[in-house]
Design a protein around this ligand. Sequence first.
Ligand code: P1T
Length: 382
Amino acid sequence: MKFNTKTIHGGQQHDPSTGAVMPPIYQTSTYAQSSPGKHKGYIYSRAANPTRTALENAFAAIENGTHGFAFSSGLSAIDCVLKMLNPGDEVIAGDDLYGGTYRMFTRMFSKYGLKFHLVDMNSIENVTNSISDKTKLIWVETPTNPLMKIADIEEITKAVKAVNPAILVAVDNTFATPYLQQPLSLGVDIVMHSATKYLGGHSDLLMGALMVNDAKLAEELHFIQFAGGAIAGPMDSFLALRGVKTLHIRMQRHCENGRAVAAYLQNHPKVKEVYYPGLENHPNHEVAKKQMKDFGGMVSFKLKDESQQAAFTFLENTHVFTLAESLGGVESLVNHPATMTHASIPEPERLKIGITDSLIRLSVGIEDIEDLLKDLEQALNI
Ligand code: P1T
């Protein structure tokens, strides 16, 4: 199947008991057994639930994987990956990460003996030079949140595997979605999503996803998911599956609107810099063109007036763009990374990579572009 068909049919079967075209919401924690150990494939919903199974099969299909896993949040999916490691193991990750990922790495798992090297993945040597015999995982977020940096997934994976094929490479594919890039097909081991975002697509649920195409890795992740318990519930699984079915058409409009917003901002006299991989002057535009089908709906920018007050005036005055954390829903959102999504990163670290008070992040939705541009124009002119 091609991608658009897969978003609707990938891994799906009509419900075996009734023929229901959409999987029912199996709102049950447990399943009857006729004799101890004799059951119909489902035992207890922490291990598996039919609504979640339908979603997990769809997740696997859209990322070209063989196995998918649905978690209670994006962070719990990352937590599951890190729990494969042991104290003393080392992880190399990008230097620009979602603030919650940074917080989990530096304040939770460091405590349990994992060591994190955060490097600028613009340069592949920065990754390979940090590899030691303790390196077990490379964590790649691309495009990055919020600075929209692009890492070359295929080249990084090749370089890492050339040093040690046992090192796992994982990609947080939240910003791109499998509509734009499919990391498993580029050689990585694990794809992760905050399905809260584009996969769900309607800002009505929290969820995480992992996709792999290796049975042994799948078994290990399923064990941690089952033993740890951070699973997605049946109602959220139903909603996320409904979201996935329109991913391709939503993404087309997100990309169209994202491109138009980036072009508009780039020509605005009050805007200092625009961060969007579709712009020809983006430092990684060529890599983005190579590995992404289009450039998505996330656009960050800095105002020329670098004061926090100037940013806040803008943020308080948009009407179609709602000031809120999160991204990837049908509605447009605006966010101030320094005080909102990335506030957990200590100020000196934030400033070092460029998350200043004047940085504003837009999640461009699928409304009419004229209304979005009008809204930005009036808020910029206050
Ligand atoms: O929020 P949660 O579903 O737990 O997902 C965490 C996460 C992981 N990775 C990326 C790239 C993310 O953007 C996120 C969540 N991000 C936001 C809430 C935000 O506004 O940036």
